[in-house]
Design a protein around this ligand. Structure first.
Ligand SMILES: *Cc1c(COP(=O)(O)O)cnc(C)c1O
Length: 393
């Protein structure tokens, strides 16, 4: 049967040779996935992953990334979401219903708290905020209605490292029905083993360290229990959460260098944080690996590494406008959200505006995230920006 060129361009009988291997994982893109026959169409199940069924349910490329993220974090199953924030909201949506309560640390990633304040509240789900550094404040909130407890280490911006074991033990005692979810973005599966500590699931903004490029958005949810995985996978499917396959490939390409990048950014972060601790412009340096930083002893007890991320509290004699001027004067550090990419970033924060509970920080905070530049150059950049504070007005 002779065919029109438009048909033969599509139904071509060339098959590439088998036996091709390379370090790269191929980018398998699909919305449609072909079934060999109608029987396969009827019997293939997306949920047990025994076959491919539809692009939204995965291709060989997403299955590969899921498996690698699950093993990176010490879990068994993984789901991919379009951003770290959507991975957080997926967990909330999958595990909470009207009348339920969810507990969050006050120093949790901000937009996750905002989702609780708005969408969860409007659906009749109550959220309460505990002090991550005070397990008794968590214990006091545990009721039979609590179905989900978030933990995060280190805390967002203020970098406190909680006693994760004490928090987890308190939940198991006081709310055995609750799922414990950890935002593992800071630890990235490298700094500590979340599942060994006893959490039920982890969320990871792959946007940060796994990507390493500052150029894509993705999130994951990792579980170690089939029943919990199914609850999350069903909600994930019903919400229609998909990820772009070129982005999946970029994360797969970033993963082999993740431990090296994490170690380099950790070393640079600690070196610069120690230098900052000697500077008279700062009242304190918040970095969990620095003795004296809040929760340093818990970090030392739990972790073998730290993310390249720290925050300084400016001495009270400097105004918020002076903090902004210092950040504006930086040349290598750029101003912008996120972290884990090649470019170092700085952002000023007002601590009180981040929290609903009182905070012990009164000076303006500046958070630094280390990129991959030489740390001597970053230190010189910070030194020239701080000179501004000593110039006559
Ligand atoms: C960045 C971040 C997120 C959200 O990730 P996005 O991909 O930007 O949505 C969640 N949690 C933590 C701790 C983060 O740093």
């Amino acid at each position: 049967m002779s065919q029109d060129r438009s048909t033969s361009l599509i139904h071509h009988d060339y098959v590439p040779p088998a036996g091709f291997g390379s370090p790269a994982v191929a980018v398998h893109k699909a919305s449609t996935v072909f079934f060999p026959n109608t029987a396969a169409l009827r019997t293939h199940s997306w949920l047990d992953k025994s076959a491919y069924t539809y692009g939204l349910h995965g291709t060989p490329t997403t299955f590969t990334l899921e498996a690698r993220i699950a093993s990176l974090e010490g879990g068994k199953q993984a789901l991919l979401a379009p951003s770290g924030l959507s991975a957080i909201s997926l967990v909330d949506i999958a595990l909470l219903g009207q009348g339920d309560e969810v507990l969050l640390p006050d120093n949790a990633y901000g937009p996750g708290k905002t989702f609780a304040r708005h969408e969860l509240k409007s659906w009749g789900i109550t959220h309460r905020v505990y002090d991550a550094m005070d397990p008794a404040s968590l214990e006091a909130l545990l009721t039979p209605q609590v179905k989900l407890v978030w933990v995060e280490a280190a805390g967002s911006v203020t970098m406190e490292f909680p006693d994760l074991r004490a928090l987890i033990a308190a939940v198991r005692r006081g709310a055995p029905q609750a799922v414990i979810a950890l935002d593992n973005t800071w630890g990235a599966g490298i700094a500590f083993d979340a599942f060994a500590l006893g959490v039920d699931l982890t969320v990871h903004a792959l946007t940060k360290y796994p990507s390493g490029g500052g150029d894509l958005l993705m999130g994951s949810v990792v579980t170690a229990d089939e029943t919990l995985y199914r609850r999350l996978a069903l909600a994930h499917s019903r919400l229609g959460l998909g990820v772009g396959l070129n982005d999946v490939e970029a994360v797969l390409r970033g993963l082999p260098s993740l431990p090296l990048r994490y170690a380099a950014q950790d070393a640079a972060g600690r070196q610069l944080a120690r230098w900052c601790a000697q500077r008279p412009e700062f009242a304190r340096v918040l970095h969990p690996a620095l003795p004296g930083s809040p929760g340093h002893e818990h970090w030392a007890d739990t972790c073998s590494a730290a993310a390249g991320l720290f925050t300084v509290e400016l001495d009270l004699r400097y105004s918020p406008a002076q903090a902004d001027a210092v950040v504006d004067a930086l040349k290598l550090f750029r101003i912008g959200w996120s972290w884990g990419g090649p470019v170092s970033l700085a952002v000023p924060y007002d601590a009180a505006s981040l929290r609903s509970r009182p905070v012990p920080y009164r000076g303006t905070l500046i958070r630094f995230s280390l990129g991959l530049e030489a740390v001597e150059d970053l230190q010189a950049d910070l030194a020239q920006a701080l000179d501004l504070l000593h110039r006559a007005p």
